[in-house]
Design a protein around this ligand. Structure first.
Ligand code: SF4
Length: 330
């Protein structure tokens, strides 16, 4: 077996430690990192991809960054193995990632794959039966080395063939990261983004928005998925949603995000949030949107004036109407 491995490097604590432990055994490691619209670590210039590059640099390994794109969204829409507590298709997600690692293994002529998985740390994908299923479906049986939990699993091929010394691997289980923090101290790492990583698909509010997107927005794009992370969302109609900024930063982001067929609404004469309509409007839509904007702007004097921007600027006078908050809020 080749003394070369692919390491799934999320940038979180466990994957960094797993990579280092194998590297310390004299194995050449190529890191594989996925950026995802659902990663909670993606903020400003500290996005996951950039962070992974920094982490890989500190580890002294080459890194290949791939994107979880539309193909991955299809998995989120209809996972073969179902969801966890919210919209997180963890088993299918792991199979997707490991299949990509399998392909890369062939491309760079590596012998096995390393993950930072810890038995029992995550409820859905890190149970023993789930791990076995994932391994089988990704075509990597016997080829996934989990240095942090290795002693709870039968020896993998690299261990059997003497490429990896099993005695130098760990027997960590569960959610506590005590041993991992001790190891971090001993290695003196500086570059890791968030200890356990984070996934928006596990969060109830985001999951509701995601379901709504699948149900009501035919032909959505990655940009629409990105918008789910900003502001307050109201479903006004099939293919038509209002997104309100909750602060200046979100108002600015909505302004930047406005591309056809989206329409940006601004309050005129009262201090209120900006709103992004995700389709072309009519008078009924404007009335509901204007009323919602007035409510969050604490404006009770009607009619209110709002401005729509979609190539041209249009002023609209909006009367007070009933808003069915329960039905509209997502
Ligand atoms: S929590 Fe999110 S990123 Fe992690 S395995 Fe589940 S779906 Fe994938």
């Amino acid at each position: 077996m080749k003394r070369k491995a692919i390491s799934l490097l999320s940038g979180g604590l466990d994957s960094i430690l797993a990579t280092q432990l194998v590297k310390d055994q004299g194995i050449e490691v190529v890191a594989l990192h996925f950026t995802s619209p659902f990663c909670t670590c993606t903020k400003g210039d500290k996005g996951c991809g950039l962070q992974a590059v920094r982490t890989a640099r500190e580890l002294g390994v080459e890194v290949i960054v791939k994107v979880k794109g539309m193909e991955y969204l299809e998995i989120v829409r209809a996972p073969r193995h179902g969801y966890g507590k919210n919209m997180n298709p963890c088993i299918d997600c792991r199979i997707f990632i490991l299949k990509e690692a399998r392909k890369l293994m062939d491309e760079v002529d590596a012998g096995f794959v390393i993950t930072g998985e810890v038995l029992g740390q995550r409820p859905m994908s890190q149970r023993r039966e789930a791990i076995r299923l994932i391994e089988k479906e990704s075509g990597l049986e016997g080829l996934i080395l989990r240095p942090l939990s290795a002693k709870h699993f039968p020896p993998t091929l690299p261990e059997i063939e003497g490429v990896i010394d099993r005695d130098k691997l760990y027997d960590i289980t569960g959610r506590s990261r005590k041993t991992q923090y001790e190891l971090v101290d001993s290695f003196n790492f500086k570059e890791f983004s968030c200890p356990g990583g984070g996934c928006l698909l596990t969060e109830p509010i985001f999951a509701r928005r995601m379901k709504d997107l699948f149900a009501y927005e035919v032909g959505f794009t990655m940009r629409d998925v990105g918008l789910l992370k900003i502001g307050r969302h109201f479903r006004l109609r099939h293919g038509m949603k209002l997104i309100l900024g909750r602060n200046q930063e979100e108002n600015d982001r909505l302004t930047t995000a406005q591309v056809s067929p989206h329409v940006l609404l601004s309050p005129i004469g009262f201090r209120g949030p900006k709103g992004l309509l995700t389709g072309l409007y009519d008078q009924e839509i404007l009335e509901i949107a204007g009323n919602i904007m007035a409510f969050y702007g604490k404006n009770e004097t009607f009619p209110v004036t709002i401005e729509s921007i979609n190539g041209v600027v249009d002023l609209h006078s909006v009367e007070k109407v009933h808003v069915d908050w329960d039905k509209l809020t997502i």
